[in-house]
Design a protein around this ligand. Structure first.
Ligand code: UN1
Length: 507
């Protein structure tokens, strides 16, 4: 379709008056309503969210519990077909979804399109995985006269808590994986982005996921904490801050009853190592993309650029020159490359960090931001040492350090010592250097001579270790298994009446 046609669809999709209400068995629940303001101007009401209270949260878990058995008994192929149908619905509703991603989450059209693509990919990838993993079970080798199979099945009620920075893709990635594996789901979107999430839930319901198998609970961290503590939650998938993941883990550990797994995808202080042999134009391009695209609001984004001294002035100059050209503003304007940050709190945190660094670091770039809306201009600061950056800064702020030949091992030790391990970039034309960097760092996603964002579902399984997450990697071949329990079924096929088809009944 033409760009003009797409923009028309987006305009039409934006017009509707929207409310995201908690859905228990598909029925909108009462609650206090709060307007959702567009981050681009902090004034336009994009829609309203109706907040769930604790009683609603409890009811959603109970309802999911009742929905679990029927959904688990639905053959994996039928579950997969429902996810695939939902992916078609998302594509058919792209105007509305892109419009919401722009208005509610402040995404540029490029970012919104990439996110819609990723959401569709997650649905189709996990559907395909469900077919192969959860169908007949995996035949295991063994003696004749016996049939051994490893069967995967749902755990029960899975709680999915998702972030505002990918309100469609990560929301659906978690939910579709849990559903594909045969779990009932209680989904809690980020409090900033419930409108696009409820669209995703509606698409899944319309595509054949029973309302009882997918419950939707709005609200902030208090509601999230209530859900995590509920005794009938059998597993939790969480993407967000390391600190929240830790709190979730503590709550789960303190609960009575079965041990509950947590699949967490958290933050990073992602570094890129650039040596003197790197191609300057390529580095500049990849740094600007990795640090400033999506206004730096990706957990994969580049935070710490480490450049070899010999080329540092030249590289920093090129990067600053390119970053200065970025157009900041309302993401609904097609020429804009950097949109707003998500809310007032995010802006305050970034502004405070920037003010601190203006007093303590060398300032290479400090772009002004529009006064209205939650904007932060791109910044480039040079730090004296790697250890000066101790926390994840979630926005368009790039930190740079220089290293001299011989100092690389100590620099890598310092990066490793942060405990984070999400993404890593290496730019070099020396294979031994590339191998040295990658093998020293326990980082989930390593990118060599390219940018560090936009992992592709099924191609670049995504996720980190240490403070950055538990694994398994989203969009990878092992993700679904963590949402499931394993059951080994051994049938004596030599016994009278022994029949391997018993296994299908047992499933
Ligand atoms: C996140 O920002 O929470 O590779 C994770 C990427 C995305 C990052 C998602 N998959 O840029």
């Amino acid at each position: 379709a033409s760009l003009h046609g797409l923009l028309e669809e987006i305009r039409a999709g934006r017009a509707a008056d929207r409310v995201a209400a908690p859905l228990v068995d598909g029925v909108a629940q009462p609650g206090v309503e709060r307007p959702l303001l567009a981050p681009a101007d902090a004034a336009t009401i994009v829609g309203r969210v109706r907040e769930a209270d604790e009683a609603t949260a409890d009811r959603a878990v109970e309802a999911a519990r009742r929905g679990f058995r029927a959904w688990e008994r639905t053959p994996a192929a039928a579950r997969a077909a429902a996810l695939e149908k939902a992916s078609d619905l998302l594509e058919a509703r792209r105007g509305r979804l892109l419009g919401l991603l722009q208005a509610e989450a402040g995404k540029t059209l490029d970012d919104a399109l990439a996110e819609l693509r990723e959401a569709v990919d997650f649905l189709r990838y996990y559907a395909a995985q469900a077919r192969s993993l959860f169908g007949e079970g995996e035949p295991m080798p063994g003696p004749t006269g016996e049939d051994n199979r490893l069967v995967h099945r749902g755990r029960g009620v899975f709680l999915c808590i998702s972030p505002w920075n990918f309100p469609l893709a990560i929301f659906l990635g978690q939910v579709s994986a849990a559903l594909a594996a045969g779990n009932a789901v209680v989904a809690k979107p980020a409090e900033q982005t419930p409108l696009v999430a409820v669209e995703a839930v509606r698409a899944l319901h319309e595509a054949g996921v029973p309302a009882s198998a997918l419950q939707f609970v709005t609200g902030d961290g208090r509601v999230g904490a209530r859900l995590v503590a509920h005794r009938h939650i059998a597993g939790v998938a969480f993407t967000g801050s390391t600190e929240t993941a830790r709190r979730i883990n503590q709550t789960l550990a303190a609960k009575d009853g079965p041990i509950v797994p947590l699949i967490a995808e958290t933050g990073g202080i992602n570094a890129m190592i650039v040596d003197a042999t790197a191609l300057p134009e390529q580095v500049s391009d990849d740094v600007v993309t990795s640090a400033f695209r999506s206004a730096g609001q990706r957990c994969s984004a580049l935070r710490l650029l480490c450049v070899q001294e010999d080329v540092a002035d030249k590289m920093i100059g090129m990067i600053v020159g390119a970053a200065r050209e970025l157009k900041l503003g309302d993401p609904q304007d097609l020429s804009v490359q950097v949109g707003p940050v998500i809310d007032a709190e995010a802006k305050q945190r970034l502004d405070a960090h920037i003010a601190r660094l203006k007093g303590s670091a060398r300032v290479h770039l400090a772009e002004e931001a529009p006064a209205q809306g939650y904007f932060v201009g791109p910044h480039v600061f040079e730090l004296k040492r790697q250890a000066d950056l101790t926390e994840e800064i979630f926005g368009p702020v790039l930190h740079v350090v220089r290293w001299k030949a011989g100092e690389l091992p100590a620099l890598l030790d310092g990066i490793e010592a942060t405990g984070y391990g999400l993404t890593l970039g290496v730019h070099s034309r020396i294979d031994a250097t590339i191998a040295q960097v990658i093998s020293r760092l326990d980082v989930g996603n390593c990118y060599v001579n390219r940018n560090m964002i936009g992992a592709v579902v099924g191609t670049q399984p995504f996720g980190g270790s240490g403070l950055s997450g538990t694994g398994p990697k989203a969009g990878g071949p092992n993700y679904l298994k963590r949402f499931a329990v394993e059951q080994t079924v051994t049938v004596n096929t030599a016994a009278a009446g022994g029949n391997a088809s018993l296994i299908a009944m047992g499933e």
